[in-house]
Design a protein. Structure first.
Length: 133
């Protein structure tokens, strides 16, 4: 089964995401981490299909985590949750080969749709060609 790693600092927000994604439990499994170090440990021990991360996380910021993904796990689509659009952040996001970004607040179904889009692209073998040229 596909695993989606969600990296979020705020436990209340993480609980909301987990609750909202419960209806998709038969289609993918949600694995969580609350900081960059924990995320790297999860990535070492699990085959992750999609990463969903905040940009601001302890133990290394989200951009550092995305840099790791770019170097080591190019095939994994990454969805970045941002507080607001910012050209500097968008440049970093584009540089690090992000699949999609979603601005908070968002509807859980919007996030689920992005996750499914990432899973479909991964299954079709399109992610590598389209996003990491």
């Amino acid at each position: 089964m596909d695993k989606v790693l969600i990296v979020v600092v705020d436990q209340k927000f993480l609980n909301i995401l987990n609750e909202g994604l419960q209806k998709y439990i038969g289609q993918f499994e949600v694995v969580t981490a609350s900081d960059g170090e924990a995320a790297l440990e999860v990535l070492k021990k699990n085959r992750i299909s999609v990463l969903v991360t905040d940009l601001v996380i302890p133990g290394g910021d989200g951009l550092e985590l995305l840099g790791h993904m770019r170097k080591s796990l190019l095939h994994v689509p990454c969805i970045v949750m941002t507080e607001s659009e910012c050209s500097e952040i968008n440049n970093e996001i584009n540089r690090d080969g992000i699949f999609r970004f979603i601005e908070k607040p968002f509807d859980i179904n919007e996030l689920a749709a992005l996750i499914f889009e990432g899973l479909d692209r991964l299954d079709e073998g399109l992610f590598w060609r389209e996003y990491h040229k």
